[in-house]
Design a protein around this ligand. Structure first.
Ligand code: F6R
Length: 630
């Protein structure tokens, strides 16, 4: 959940480290700190402050400008509140070694006890400080080898961690390690970078290296070496970052979230690019190795994800069942991993994650794999842990999502699920273009060629339809302001509109800090209707013309109106709606694709409500973007 940056090269390290922290601030923003080396044997330059990065920046003096190597941290507190002393870096007793950490050291209590008995003094309540003392001791014991010290210490740690350390005796070297927590290397010319995510160094280099579990990386300005915990060299996988550096900037928008809402047409188009032909045939070469299995050996799909990604899964379920004829269940990753689920090799587990690092999802994936399931992931972040541990991955091409509240990631996840559902239908019919045993048609009920073609062309038309929805943003924002003082907002939907309603409520909770709930229309009279009071805002998503539940939703709208609700209806332009207080019109599309259009106004509603209530839109309280702890 924290953001970590390391730089070693010939530039002014403080500028690069602080700039990297700014780009990673979405990961955690309750305190920040830096430790820079200052020439061999000279004391480290260390500063750390509670609060936003700006507090740290104002505490930095001119001394920090002389360094060319150092580490920086932006924190989301787990152990110990957000105070100056709990902020990272943490130092060894002699102050010569500094370490920063993302994750949780589960055995820190016993380590701390041992260190206290040895006479170490602690100045924070964090789990990380134990690591600083352990590293300091190991460094002395092994005659000054920071990498070896890191390997020795990592073997003693339980839990999840990314660690970066520097030592004043070896000022150009940064040593990092990772277990169940992200760390990427940025490879430059005469300079190298380490960070939780490529956004930190994307404006300096597009060459990156992935690190595996329990690997230690040693960077100097001219070299990157990766070893396992026994010191054996390992070949790290290199890759080019395709994200545009400008994508990680606000680019004239007031907030990243607004920018990302407006990037959705492009994000969808990029995710569809080259993957769907005019005939409706889907091309997903990344699934080729599983195509046979998907055609004949899979009879159940289980989607596991958290938060907004879970809602993407709930929406995708409808397409998988309708277009591919395969049973599909969707479960919260955090719940799944503590059950004893009945899974077998005929279950395909699909994890969905923007970051690819969400701990609950990762642990659920491991749990499913240990029970024999095959695993596919849908992910936005190249080389992250979840896709690395899956049998196959469909990458969404949403580009960096910086705002904590997920927007374009959700729409691209849904698009990826739509592509997957069409692909599953194709392989079942032997029309995937893969001539093998996969061509043996099974008994699943799938789409006809003409239906698939129609859906394919609808999918390809979605980017311009989202553009049309975005043209209504100003009116939407104005309407939203009228509800500034509402105490509760309810969202109603049926069928795919139900998970869309859940997403609308989640966005509002996390951004506007308001009570919000999403309901299935059919459930209203089983309890939730009691919440309706005079003036309660209810946002209802109307199923499209021709849907068998259109009339039912119209009745639900009447029911809440009759009890005094202020109703805002989202409906497509072809559909009649009952008289309402406000109508949001979106272009018409296939019923199963409608969430792509109807969720956009819900995002705008939550954005504007946060703004008008004076909240921090991009960094809402108590949250962090990438939840790498359980
Ligand atoms: C909500 C939000 C979160 C994430 C969830 C999963 O706006 O962003 O609910 O969707 O934490 O994150 P990923 O997709 O990175 O696994």
């Amino acid at each position: 959940m924290c953001g970590i940056v390391g730089y070693t090269g010939d530039k002014k390290a403080i500028d690069i480290v602080v700039d990297g922290l700014r780009r990673l601030e979405y990961r955690g923003y309750d305190s920040a700190g830096v430790a820079l080396t200052n020439g061999e044997g000279k004391p480290l330059l260390v500063e750390k402050r509670a609060g936003k990065l700006g507090n740290l920046e104002s505490a930095l003096d001119s001394r920090f400008g002389s360094s060319h190597s150092g580490i920086g941290h932006t924190r989301w507190a787990t152990h110990g509140g957000p105070t100056d002393s709990n902020a990272h870096p943490h130092l060894s007793d002699d102050g010569k070694l500094a370490v920063i950490h993302n994750g949780i050291i589960e055995n820190y209590v016993e380590l701390k006890k041992e260190l206290l008995a040895k006479g170490h003094a602690f100045s924070s309540e964090t789990d990380t400080e134990s690591v600083a003392h352990l590293l300091g001791d190991a460094f002395k014991e092994n005659g000054g080898d920071l990498a070896e010290a890191m390997r020795m210490v990592c073997k003693r740690l339980r839990g999840s961690f990314t660690l970066l350390a520097v030592h004043s005796d070896d000022p150009k070297r940064i040593v990092g390690a990772r277990r169940n927590s992200p760390l990427v290397v940025g490879v430059g010319k005469g300079e190298n970078f380490l960070a939780s995510d490529v956004a930190a160094f994307i404006s300096s280099t597009k060459s990156a290296m992935e690190l595996g579990q329990d690997q230690v990386v040693i960077v100097t300005p001219s070299d990157v070496t990766v070893t396992d915990l026994d010191g054996k060299k390992v070949e790290a996988k290199s890759y080019e970052i395709t994200w545009d550096a400008a994508a990680a900037e606000r680019g004239g928008f007031q907030h990243f979230m607004l920018k990302e809402i407006f990037e959705q047409p492009k994000a969808i188009a990029d995710t569809l690019l080259g993957r769907i032909e005019e005939s409706g045939k889907v091309s997903l070469p990344e699934l080729e190795s599983m195509a046979d299995a998907l055609a004949t050996d899979v009879d159940r799909i289980l989607i596991l994800a958290c938060g907004t990604a879970f809602h993407a899964g709930l929406i995708g379920k409808y397409a998988i069942e309708a277009w591919a004829g395969i049973a599909c269940d969707v479960e919260l990753a955090s719940e799944f991993r503590y059950r004893r689920p009945v899974l077998d090799p005929r279950t395909l587990v699909v994890t969905i994650s923007q970051s690819g690092e969400t701990m609950d999802t990762l642990m659920a994936l491991r749990h499913a794999k240990s029970l024999g399931a095959k695993a596919l992931s849908i992910c936005n972040t190249h080389g992250s842990t979840i896709p690395r541990e899956s049998d196959a991955v469909i990458y969404t091409h949403g580009g960096p999502e910086i705002a904590v509240a997920s927007t374009k990631a959700l729409l691209t996840q849904v698009i990826a699920l739509h592509l997957f559902a069409l692909y599953l239908g194709q392989v079942s019919q032997g029309t995937s273009g893969k001539p093998s045993s996969a061509s043996s048609k099974n008994s699943r009920s799938t789409l006809s060629a003409s239906e698939a073609k129609k859906i394919g062309s609808e999918l390809l038309g979605l980017p311009s339809k989202v553009e049309q929805v975005l043209e209504t943003v100003e009116a939407l924002r104005e309407m939203t302001r009228g509800f500034k003082d509402a105490t509760s907002v309810l969202f109603l939907g049926r069928h795919v509109g139900f998970p869309s309603a859940l997403e609308g409520a989640l966005k509002l909770k996390e951004l506007a800090y308001m009570h919000a709930e999403g309901f299935a229309g059919g459930e209203l009279k089983h309890g939730p209707i009691a919440l309706i009071e005079n003036g309660t805002p209810v946002i209802a998503i109307m199923p499209p013309l021709g849907s068998e539940i259109r009339e039912k939703m119209a009745s639900n709208i009447q029911e809440v109106k009759a009890r005094g609700a202020h109703v805002i209806v989202i409906a497509d332009t072809a559909t009649d709606i009952p008289a309402t207080d406000f109508a949001i019109r979106v272009p018409a599309t296939d019923e199963l694709l409608q969430p792509i259009l109807s969720i956009v106004p819900l995002q705008v509603f939550a954005y504007e409500m946060a703004l008008v209530r004076g909240n921090d839109v991009d960094q809402p309280r108590n949250l962090a973007k990438s939840v790498t702890v359980e």
